[in-house]
Design a protein around this ligand. Structure first.
Ligand code: LLH
Ligand code: MG
Length: 382
């Protein structure tokens, strides 16, 4: 079996999600967005697919890195192909990103699953066929009735518990919201949510990512009083020393790194430095499903959990495959948006959640995305 071609088609779809100047998503007016469908085709006709941001898998990346390394190769030799691409990264002048590496690697997993008629989460180990989800809110905003006050966070948390969530993670206010960053407001939102949902719902905070050590320490101690389960990315993750200092001064679990590069290598340094109590990695950012599994194994070897970052088929497959992850991150959620409504290019969600807050792993072969190929074809623009 050999890889014959790698293609990307970009298509449009309607969305009410928009990004602010810091790249965080919020609800907005309906607009047309673009998504890329990356397809790896083998010589026997088997295909592997991933959905990715068009800029991440743009033609230059496909032609300069993906095709020279993958075309003509056996698609089942994922580790060898991943190592080759990973080594090309150094000479790519930062053009071959870890997200690009993640998406092409995921397409190889999807191809393997489709060829073997098996869901990827079972190929990875198949630890469980359903996982508890936490509701991960969008960042705060200044939209009346949205997430503009602590009370609105509390009310939204009540609706999430009614939907079935047994855990909720708050992303609080960040610039460009006028009063952000604001440690006191962050804590007020956390207190309002704890008051609204009671003591039995697990709560976590993922706040402004550039607080000082002093600000982070104060917030962390307030979260301890509120019985929060973990404290996420309160400071610049490039400063591992700051996280080692914070983790040594707090009882609440400090989790990370999420946005830091370095794949599974940087995660090993964080464990060695005591910079976190819970490791973090997502299949879309750490270099793909394989590196994400390596981080999970590293965490397990040190008696730690690895809380997988982000929603989506690939991260969900990892969560379904391993024991040492307590939650699937389902989101991002907002009072104005219905997460349970699949995007126009999907026939159904890859992460449906029942009324007990359990997400059921897909039984479809491959990653399990239920892609509406007719929609993609009809709305392809390049
Ligand atoms: O863009 C981001 O910072 C992330 O996507 C973020 O919104 C969210 O996914 C996160 O931090 N999860 O933990
Ligand atoms: Mg986060």
């Amino acid at each position: 079996m050999k890889i014959e071609s790698i293609n990307v088609s970009v298509f449009t779809y309607p969305t009410r999600r928009c990004s602010d100047s810091a790249g965080h998503s919020h609800p907005g007016e309906e607009s047309q967005a673009k998504m890329a469908l990356l397809t790896i085709t083998a010589d026997d006709g088997t295909c592997g697919y991933t959905l990715a941001p068009p800029e991440v898998v743009r033609p230059y990346v496909v032609e300069t890195f993906f095709c020279p390394v993958l075309v003509g190769q056996d698609p089942f030799r994922r580790e060898q192909l991943w190592q080759a691409l990973s080594h090309w990264q150094r000479g790519s002048a930062h053009q071959l990103t870890e997200r690009a590496l993640s998406f092409v690697e995921q397409a190889l997993w999807d191809l393997a699953g489709r060829k073997l008629n098996m869901p990827v989460w079972k190929l990875l180990g198949g630890y469980r066929d359903r996982v508890p989800a936490y509701g991960s809110t969008m960042c705060g905003d200044d939209l009346p009735g949205g997430l503009s006050t602590p009370e609105e966070y509390g009310r939204f948390a009540e609706t999430l518990v009614a939907r079935g969530y047994k855990a909720i993670k708050l992303h609080t206010w960040m610039p460009p919201v006028s009063f952000a960053p604001n440690p006191q407001m962050d804590v007020k939102a956390c207190a309002a949510v704890r008051e609204a949902v009671g003591p039995d719902i697990a709560l976590m905070l993922d706040g402004y990512h550039w607080y000082s050590r002093s600000e982070a320490l104060w917030i962390g101690r307030e979260l301890e009083k509120l019985g929060f389960a973990w404290f996420e990315e309160p400071m610049e993750e490039a400063s591992m020393a700051s996280y080692a200092w914070l983790a040594s001064n707090l009882n609440i679990d400090v989790i990370g790194p999420e946005s830091l590069g370095g794949k599974h290598h940087s995660r090993a340094d964080w464990v060695q430095a005591g910079a976190c109590d819970i490791l973090r990695a997502g299949a879309n950012g750490v270099g793909g499903i394989g590196p994400c599994m390596k981080v999970a194994s590293l965490a397990e070897a040190f008696g730690m959990d690895c809380e997988v970052h982000g929603n989506g088929a690939a991260s969900l497959a990892v969560v379904g495959a391993i024991r040492n992850c307590r939650w699937y991150e389902r989101g991002l959620l907002h009072p104005f948006l219905d997460y349970d409504q699949p995007a126009a290019y999907l026939n159904s969600l890859v992460d449906p959640m029942d009324s007990d807050g359990m997400v059921h792993l897909p039984e479809r072969p491959g990653l399990g995305e239920d892609i509406n190929f007719a929609w993609v074809e009809a709305h392809t623009v390049s």
